[in-house]
Ligand binder design. Structure first.
Ligand SMILES: Nc1nc2c(c(=O)[nH]1)N[C@H]1C(S)=C(S)[C@@H](COP(=O)(O)OP(=O)(O)OC[C@H]3O[C@@H](n4cnc5c(=O)[nH]c(N)nc54)[C@H](O)[C@@H]3O)O[C@H]1N2
Ligand SMILES: Nc1nc2c(c(=O)[nH]1)N[C@H]1C(S)=C(S)[C@@H](COP(=O)(O)OP(=O)(O)OC[C@H]3O[C@@H](n4cnc5c(=O)[nH]c(N)nc54)[C@H](O)[C@@H]3O)O[C@H]1N2
Ligand code: SF4
Ligand SMILES: [Mo]
Length: 858
């Protein structure tokens, strides 16, 4: 088998992967981002490259079409809208999961040939506040550091980042560094306790959006304690006085932390030179996200702790090519290659280079506004590429209605059924990871190749080619005659050279003679180089700016709804949802509720909670835990209308945005919550994919089929019909056991001696081992034994999956702990858990702590 050297398509760590055509995946030991490591999602890539559910040919109005028909239609609809309503009547909504080549071409078509800037991307939901904050402080959008800084730091502050689950390989690198250098300190600033907290020496459980109050408090403390770097400030920074004035007026108690917690943090920060502050969506996704970024940058600038080994602010990017998208300028308020849309010289230079008939002169619509324009009827043709806005934008039901209101909608995707595809007139099949070639830039500005190791399935084509083909049909064939992604990359690098006389941070000259086919992971401007080492910034005077930022007033709603990610799922689950192994870790959408709030709402373990705002409502399973503070709720963002009846959590999130970045506040929705009481709860396991219609549904892929959690307020007249309707299992023998006194009903369908469906119904949440029940599907267990909810053998129930790589369940681990495995390493030796990708190590640690508790109490 040939090994192909490629890059993981998930998070911004950008790990190198060695792939074989049979789906064997290994970490690339030579890639500087991961040095051979992979997390659970990367390790399971081989399970998500099958063709189930793929979009394999173009579709026009739900019917298969050939490429000629589909491309002609798309080009003519866009051209017609532009001719009749002007260039601003069309829009692209793209993604940080496009490759540099795809992104460059889409941006070029919109800005240089259509002549509008209505190309925005899901990076608006992700990195926009960091971009705006960097520009205010540095005069340019620069992430100065390198991953090695994380290993060299003496203090790492993680703000609004669940690195353990969202950038697992970076987290592992930090964990290894802490083990090697035990004096290293880690502080986690998050309103919620997470897997990341387990590595931290201190958890600062701040109030939602308490970050500016805290960092302003830190700045005032640095000033009072004479910890400012006076000579650095004099030579390289403007705006210190105003920023410190505002900081002194801020009451840092507004952060929600005690004076003791604050002072300990301030002292630690003030007295440690090598500080890296890592921040992510708890900072960016806020109505004050840009101010949060600058509150953090202010502290680093005031101490000169930037641009040197082991120190600096570090905004980690989410998507594999979030950084590349910023570089090519694929956002509505950017031009290309870090050039300014508002600068006429920059526009002219880009237009000259592109030899384009026109160039946009004004900013386009940012994501939330773009979909508002769709709702208002201003957008006549919309092209969504590699993203799922009907799920991932706030007010998701409003966004779905807005998309449905656009006269012509085209999507490019690798999957056929998504919430956004369901609203489109034309679906264009893109080649996916493993089938396409191109480049991505990771969080430390390192550009790596994605390389194909599989053939393109059926009619699927690479995104850059689809976009170029449409551009050609719109009359721009000369400028979009690329034959390979290498042609596009070469043009992108040539554009950079052509505009090198403008002072910018972006400098891609290291790629000038690059051999695209053999390109090794390379950092711009030079490998290992940090920005700002010489104290030179990109404002006209060469100095950085400290920005005075005010802490926002505290929210007043009954509950603040926080949202985010799970360890083993990626966004709207179109790929990770295919892997039963990944699905076994947190198989159902849930909402974290503090025990006190649960008691007040009469929510017991396993109960359902209805969450409402003026935008919509949803029902989620309660996960009662002290990890979440009183008055707050947390729900993952992953579930969609494809897998639940109540859709996405974004149905209830308000479309409020940050005034500077336009990034939505996805982590602090104002909501109300109450217990939802159905007449019955159900758990269904089935060989075929069920399509249930009950008020509460959550389905997930299992090893041998599917599972569904259900609830309804209507008791059916006949349970057999109900089970067959819910599961779609119309054939096979039916068996039923009812316990009228308990109100429970258990049902099985079997065919040719094999169990094809099991359905357990109860008036209270169904208590039963899901792992055991789904493990019975497809086996020859006698139906009556299966109805007892166990497999008839003496195999104990493994419990909910903790280690996805080796499929090790919670009960197995607890048993191992009880039998003497008292460390993560010992658990690994006995059960293999945590010994492959290591993503579950924080959970193993928590589990050991829990296992130790009863003994301590004895
Ligand atoms: N497993 C997995 N990994 C991923 C992804 C995925 O879908 N799944 N997606 C990738 C992408 S695109 C992104 S952008 C990154 C996101 O990576 P992260 O930003 O680390 O992930 P989130 O879970 O969105 O949010 C991080 C934390 O912010 C906290 N938070 C909420 N409000 C506040 C606040 O006011 N202040 C502070 N300080 N913290 C707050 C939340 O409690 C949460 O724990 O992950 C990337 N990696
Ligand atoms: N409430 C809440 N909402 C959030 C967030 C949050 O923390 N909370 N986070 C936000 C953030 S940071 C992000 S980045 C977004 C992510 O949200 P989305 O971008 O909407 O989510 P994905 O599921 O990653 O969508 C990617 C789509 O592209 C398809 N695809 C995969 N590979 C390819 C390819 O090669 N070509 C093409 N054309 N298509 C492909 C996939 O099948 C999928 O449909 O969600 C945002 N929304
Ligand atoms: S940390 Fe995991 S998801 Fe992120 S790039 Fe590496 S293997 Fe992929
Ligand atoms: Mo993101």
């Amino acid at each position: 088998m040939t090994l192909t050297r490629t890059t993981c398509p998930y998070c911004g760590v950008g790990c190198g992967v060695l792939a074989e055509a049979d789906g064997t995946i290994k970490g690339d030991p030579d890639h500087p981002a991961n040095l051979g490591r992979l997390c659970s999602k990367g390790a399971a890539l081989g399970e998500t490259i099958d063709l189930a559910g793929r979009l394999l040919r173009p579709k026009v109005m739900g019917q298969d079409a050939d490429w000629e028909t589909a491309l002609d239609l798309v080009a003519s609809k866009f051209s017609k809208a532009i001719a009749e309503h002007g260039p601003d009547s069309v829009a692209f909504y793209a993604s940080g999961q496009l490759l540099i080549e795809d992104y460059y071409v889409a941006n070029k078509l919109m800005k240089g040939f259509i002549g509008a800037a209505n190309i925005d991307t899901n990076s608006r939901l992700c990195m926009a506040s960091s971009v705006a904050g960097h520009k205010r402080a540095f005069g340019t959008d620069t992430v100065p550091g390198t991953y090695e800084d994380l290993e060299q730091a003496d203090l790492i502050v993680l703000v609004g980042s669940n690195l353990a689950w969202c950038h697992p390989v970076l987290f592992q690198r930090i964990a290894a560094a802490k083990e090697a250098r035990p004096h290293m300190r880690i502080v986690n600033i998050d309103p919620r306790r997470t897997a990341t907290t387990d590595l931290a020496d201190a958890h600062l459980q701040i109030s939602p959006d308490g970050d500016v109050a805290l960092f302003n408090g830190l700045l005032a403390h640095l000033a009072d304690a004479q910890k400012l770097n006076a000579s650095y400030l004099a030579d390289h920074v403007n705006g210190m006085d105003a920023a410190i004035d505002v900081a002194r007026q801020t009451d840092s108690a507004q952060s929600g932390l005690s004076a003791q917690e604050r002072n300990a943090f301030f002292d630690l920060w003030a007295n440690t030179d090598k500080v890296v502050t890592i921040y992510s969506q708890g900072v960016n996704q806020s109505a004050g996200g840009t101010d949060k970024v600058n509150a953090i940058l202010n502290c680093h600038l005031a101490t000169g702790r930037i641009g040197k080994p082991g120190m600096g602010p570090f905004s980690v990017t989410g998507q594999p090519n979030a950084m590349g998208g910023r570089e090519v300028g694929g956002l509505a308020n950017m031009l290309a290659n870090h050039l300014e849309l508002a600068n006429a010289d920059h526009r002219q230079a880009v237009q000259d280079f592109w030899r384009s008939p026109t160039i946009c002169t004004a900013e386009g619509l940012k994501a939330v506004d773009l979909f508002e324009a769709c709702a208002d009827g201003k957008i006549k043709a919309l092209w969504v590429m590699s993203t799922n806005p009907a799920v991932s934008l706030p007010d998701a039901d409003g966004v779905a209605t807005a998309i449905a209101n656009v006269p012509f909608v085209v999507t490019s995707d690798i999957m056929e059924k998504t919430d956004t595809n369901d609203l489109a007139h034309v679906l264009l099949p893109a080649t996916g990871w493993g089938e396409k070639d191109g480049t991505v830039t990771n969080s430390e500005r390192r550009i790596s190749r994605q390389r194909a190791f599989l053939p393109a399935p059926a009619l699927a084509r690479p995104d850059w080619q689809i976009i170029s083909d449409v551009a050609g049909r719109m009359g721009f064939a000369n400028a979009f005659s690329y034959q390979t992604p290498a042609d596009i990359f070469a043009e992108y690098i040539a554009l950079d050279a052509a505009v090198s006389h403008f002072p910018r941070d972006l400098d891609l000259s290291i790629f000038a003679d690059a051999d695209y086919a053999a390109l090794i992971p390379t950092q711009w401007p030079r490998n290992g180089q940090r920005f700002f080492a010489n104290g030179q910034f990109y404002h006209p005077d060469g100095k950085a700016r400290m920005i005075p930022v005010k802490a926002p007033a505290r929210a007043k709603s009954r509950f603040v709804l926080n949202t985010g990610r799970n360890r083993d799922q990626w966004h709207t689950m179109t790929r990770t949802g295919k892997s039963a192994r990944l699905g076994a870790h947190l198989a159902e959408p849930y909402v974290e509720v503090n025990p006190a709030d649960a008691a007040a709402m009469d929510v017991s373990p396993g109960a359902l909670v209805k969450i409402e705002s003026i935008y919509g409502q949803t029902i989620l399973r309660a996960l009662i835990t002290p990890r979440i503070a009183k008055g707050q709720l947390f729900a993952p963002m992953h579930w969609t209308r494809q897998r639940t009846s109540k859709g996405t959590i974004n149905s209830v999130v308000a479309p409020a945005t940050d005034p500077f970045s336009g990034q939505p506040a996805l982590k602090s929705g104002a909501v109300s919550a109450a217990v939802y009481r159905p007449k019955w709860y159900g758990f269904l396991a089935s060989l075929s994919q069920p399509t249930p219609q009950t008020p509460y549904v959550a389905i997930a892929k299992t090893q041998a089929g599917w599972q569904a959690e259900l609830a309804s307020r209507k008791i059916p007249s006949d349970w057999e019909t109900e089970m067959r309707t819910l599961s779609g299992l119309w054939d096979g023998d039916f068996a039923i056991q009812a316990d009228p006194s308990a109100g429970t009903v258990r049902m099985a369908v079997s065919r040719a001696g094999l169990i094809t469906g099991l359905f357990f119904v109860s008036p209270s949440p169904v208590v039963l081992s899901r792992t055991t029940v789904v493990g019975l599907i497809g086996t020859s267990t006698p139906p009556l034994v299966a109805l007892a909810g166990h497999n008839g053998s003496d195999q104990p129930d493994a419990g909910a999956t903790v280690c996805a790589c080796f499929n090790v369940g919670r009960n197995t681990l607890l048993l191992a702990a009880a039998n003497g495995a008292h460390s993560v390493a010992a658990l690994g030796e006995v059960t293999c858990a945590g010994t492959n990708c290591g993503s579950c190590k924080p959970e193993l640690k928590t589990l050991l702590a829990e296992a130790a508790l009863p003994m301590a109490a004895e």
